[in-house]
Each structure stands twice: as structure tokens, then as C-alpha cells.
Design a protein around this ligand. Structure first.
Ligand code: GUN
Length: 290
């Protein structure tokens, strides 16, 4: 958390996520002792997208580490929407499964909205169901999307107060940008959401006390766009042709100006899975009414 990179202190998602997993491990043990229940997470993968396969494998490993039971359902790419909805219905009614995650993207013949809406909101550990997004909009969240929730945990771990600050989010995805805006707004930041049609994006980003880059373009946010002393959160993970992993922010230049910055890799990435585990334990607790 406190290593210095050209001026900015590093917020290590890797370390914070490890701390969260350790805490969850203790909570799982307690739940087993007190309630005789082991939290269970069902992960559904349709087709063989290579990146998705890696994510799903990593989710299984992380579950194992904290003592969450993981149920992996790998379905062929030709699976019908009806077939997938049937499996979700079965998992919605399973006593052993407290969280359900359908890995995105889905094959084109399957309607993503219908699938997300079929998941019981109390098992929706991705926080993508309109019920959960609606609860976030009204400021009374139940299960929250893992990546932006992980960003909030990183800001908290670094004791960064967002109240009254100018937060500039680059990217407006349902998975990151939009829920990130809502979470920062709830914490009294003044939020600007930039996207591919934003005019003078550089000017907007230069105003940010907190900049969250989540657009998926390697090193799009230039170091000189970062206000002196700003907090820079880089959600991007991009592989360059030479094999190097970079974020959506030009790290070296940004680190010269920022007060805090997240690295890639080892920044936001590890937080997403940690928050998925956190949501699964929360969902198990909700199912017990404790
Ligand atoms: N694909 C890329 N990110 C995510 C995520 O957070 N959840 C799911 N279900 N699929 C994804």
C-alpha cells in the first residue's frame, strides 16, 4: 500500500484482496460452526472463450482458498437459451448454492438480459440484476457489482475520502462505469462519466481529484492529464503486442503527478474476485437471515 512510484503511493489491490480473502476464510469457518452451512458459488461458462475460461478457473481456485464450495457448470457453445434458463432455475432453488454467476460474454444466440434477469436477486453475486442495480440507484444496495465495489474497498483501505471531490470516470459500462458512478455519488463525490462521445475528454479528466479509467484502451489516459495530487484508479487490463500488460492509464507519467495510483497488474484485478467471494458469503448470510 505504501510503496512510492515517482511521487504517487501505490494502492496494492493484491495485498488488500489477500486481506479480504483471509477475513472471509474466518467468516466461512464461523458460519460452518454456528450454522452448519458452507457458502456455495455456482459459476456457469457457456462456450470456450479462452479469457473466460481463465477467469472461471481463477474463481474456482479463489473459492477453494477461502472454503467456499464451488460448482462449475461448463456448457457447450450450442447450449440453447432455454437450456441455460433451466439450469439457472435449478440453481435458484438449490439449498447448497448461495451465489450464481454466469460468465459474460454469452454466445450471440443467447439473450444476456433474459439470462441476468432469471437469476434470483438474492443469489446475484455479480450485482447485475436490475433489482440489485435499482437498489444501488436508490442508495440502499443489496449485492453490488464486484469491480467497482472492489475500487471502493481500495479507496477505503487507503483512507481516501471522496466526499465533495470531483470524480471523473472514463467508461460507461454496466459492469464498471455506471455502478462506479452510483457508488461514488452515494459517497458524496461530484461525478462526471466520460465515454467515447465525450467532447474535450482531456479537459474533463484534468479536473478529476479521483480518476477511474475503465474504457479498455491501453494507456488512453495520458500522464499529463492527471491533476497534481489526484487519485488514479486503473481498471483496464490490456495486453500489448509485445506481451506486456498495461492498464488504461499511462502509468509512469501519471505516477509522477498522482498522490495515489493503482498498478496493473496487481491493482483492481485481484479485487474483483475478492469481492465476488465477499458477495457470496454475504448471500449465504442473507439466506440464513443472519
Ligand atoms: N465478464 C467480464 N467481467 C465479468 C464479471 O465481472 N462478471 C461476469 N459474470 N462476467 C464477466
Amino acid at each position: 500500500m505504501d510503496s512510492i512510484s515517482g511521487g504517487a503511493a501505490i494502492i496494492s489491490g493484491k495485498d488488500i484482496a489477500a486481506g479480504i480473502r483471509a477475513g472471509l476464510k474466518g467468516q466461512v469457518l464461523k458460519m460452518q460452526e454456528k450454522n452448519g452451512v458452507t457458502p456455495g458459488l455456482a459459476v456457469i461458462l457457456v462456450g470456450d472463450n479462452p479469457a473466460s475460461k481463465v477467469y472461471v478457473r481463477n474463481k474456482g481456485k479463489a473459492c477453494e482458498e477461502v472454503g467456499i464450495k464451488s460448482f462449475q457448470h461448463t456448457l457447450p457453445a450450442e447450449t440453447t437459451e432455454e437450456g441455460l434458463l433451466k439450469l439457472i432455475d435449478k440453481l435458484n432453488r438449490s439449498k447448497e448454492v448461495h451465489g450464481i454467476l454466469v460468465q459474460l460474454p454469452l454466445p450471440f444466440h443467447i439473450n444476456e438480459t433474459r439470462v441476468i434477469e432469471a437469476i434470483s436477486p438474492i443469489k446475484d453475486v455479480d450485482g447485475f440484476h436490475p433489482y440489485n442495480l435499482g437498489r444501488l440507484v436508490t442508495g440502499n444496495p443489496l449485492l453490488q457489482p464486484c469491480t467497482p465495489y472492489g475500487v471502493i474497498k481500495m479507496l477505503e483501505a487507503a483512507a481516501i475520502d471522496v466526499s465533495g471531490k470531483e470524480a471523473v470516470i472514463v467508461g460507461r459500462s454496466n459492469i464498471v462505469g455506471k455502478p462506479m458512478a452510483l457508488m461514488l455519488l452515494r459517497r458524496n463525490a461530484t461525478v462526471t462519466v466520460c465515454h467515447s462521445r465525450t467532447r474535450n475528454i482531456e479537459e474533463k479528466i484534468k479536473r478529476g481529484d479521483i480518476v477511474v479509467a475503465a474504457l479498455g484502451k491501453p494507456e488512453f489516459v495520458k500522464g499529463e492529464w492527471i491533476k497534481s495530487g489526484a487519485v488514479v484508479i486503473d481498471v483496464g487490463i490490456n495486453r500489448l503486442p509485445d506481451g506486456k500488460l498495461v492498464g488504461d492509464v499511462e502509468f509512469g507519467g501519471a505516477a509522477q503527478r498522482a498522490s495515489w495510483i493503482t498498478p496493473v497488474p496487481g491493482g483492481v484485478g485481484p479485487m474483483t474476485i475478492a469481492m465476488l467471494l465477499h458477495n457470496t458469503v454475504d448471500a449465504a448470510r442473507m439466506s440464513l437471515g443472519v
